[in-house]
Ligand binder design. Sequence first.
Ligand code: GLC
Ligand code: CA
Length: 547
Amino acid sequence: MGSQAIFNVKDEWWRSAVIYQIYPRSFADANGDGIGDLQGITERLPYLASLGVDAVWLSPFYKSPQADAGYDVADYRQVDPLFGTLDDFDAMLNKAHGLGLRIIVDLVPNHSSDEHEWFQAALASPPGSPERERYIFRDGKGEHGELPPNNWKSVFGGGAWTRPEGEQQWYLHLFDTKQPDFNWNNPEVRDEFTSVLRFWLDRGVDGFRVDVAHGLIKKEGLPDCSVQQAMIEGGDPGPMWDQDGVHDIYKQWRSVLDEYDGDRMMVAEAWVVPQERLARYIRSDEMQQAFNFEYLGSQWNARDVRKVVDDSLAQTALVGAPTTWVMSNHDGVRHASRFGLSTPGYRPKGISAKDEQPDEALGLERARGFAFMTFFLPGSAYIYQGEELGLPEHTNMDDKYRQDPTFWRTKGEEVGRDGCRVPLPWQADAPAFGFGPSDKSWLPQPPNFARYAVDVEEKDSDSTLALYRRVLALRAEYRLGKGELEWLESPTPDALLARNGDVYTLLNFGAEPVALPWSDVEILASSKALSAHQQLQSGGGVWFKRL
Ligand code: GLC
Ligand code: CA
């Protein structure tokens, strides 16, 4: 008996959707100030429709001082003037819906900006006041309270507590000083976010990507942390991550979403291990999806990839939810570059000129090959803007341009995430590679971006863009997202061979070419030309049918 029978799985769109992540400041700039904006997105929506994706997730565009590129929200119901206005948002949403594209927005509930009116009111009010109860203020340790209340560290480096000038108390921030954590035990905070959800649902959004979904509830009493807490390492979540109390919040949100028509959804950003803990976020009365970061951290290795895929499918089937297949996002080194390093894995810390430099051609080949696994698998798949071009990381950016708070808070020890956030190249010969009408670009684009510009790839039938369009069209045609995976015995241990309905895939992780196991095949798509004897080169992927 499959999960279908147990859960009476419906045909909701998100179960098999391909979702494209837009990082608004780096997608397309309509007004020439060097920062991408909502109008720029609206103008480029036809490009996304022609790529063949089902939905778009937008990273934050809300009013914000931009201390963490918008993940520090000062007003959850306003668009930051950098990106446009609420009218621009509505225009974008309408056009997207007209093109058959759904829109998912980012919700940042763990913390606000310190410039949010609630935090300003908290600072202006005395300890113990209701205004302070919306955040996590505590007295310090030591004779004069001069030591932080506990030993927690910020994810971005340095301590997790700040004591503002002239203040007696400290406040908690798991991220930057300018991102104070909300107190989710306070019903006022819960009510406020229910209202924010409704605000965007009423405007017509199709869902939410929930930032730091594993962080909202902290362990009672805020005890010292005995593990070196990171967002992903190890199995011990410490006193700040993956506390059981978070699930009540998502159940309540789910009931709000269910009041609306159109299968509105939520996807959790939850850095939780192992997969069975992650699956708790996507039980049938909580969120619909969670990002599969274990897949994102894949090594270039057949055995490991198969294991991650099997674990992911098994755990999500237990709760009747789809798996998400995601290779890159705005928080880690782009996979086209990771796969060109000696140890690929996940890299949140960025690459600088002093680090090992990726082999660009090798990384690109492997990234193209890996697409034949990602979009073959049943479930939902994510694309991070630019990956459809095979875009590499900026790996030798001059430090003077860096903006990620991680860089500053670790005093340069980690260069951070700017290298994956560089504005997209649309035209090889235009200023700022056509990012906008001026030569401005908020981060510098490396010269090799010219090779990956959309206009160059549109003219080339062997380009990564052409490959993505083909693969996404086939995925839809053969309904692979709704299908089932079956592993078959591969010709070599360094390759993976699998079947999903009528379609077969072979992905070659090894150094030597691998022959297709049968000769009576029709090739549907391939990342590398196949030789006359149907030999798949190293790093290559292929989809075929048997005749
Ligand atoms: C999430 C976001 C990341 C942000 C952090 C704090 O991890 O993806 O970009 O810096 O949360 O909001
Ligand atoms: Ca702009």
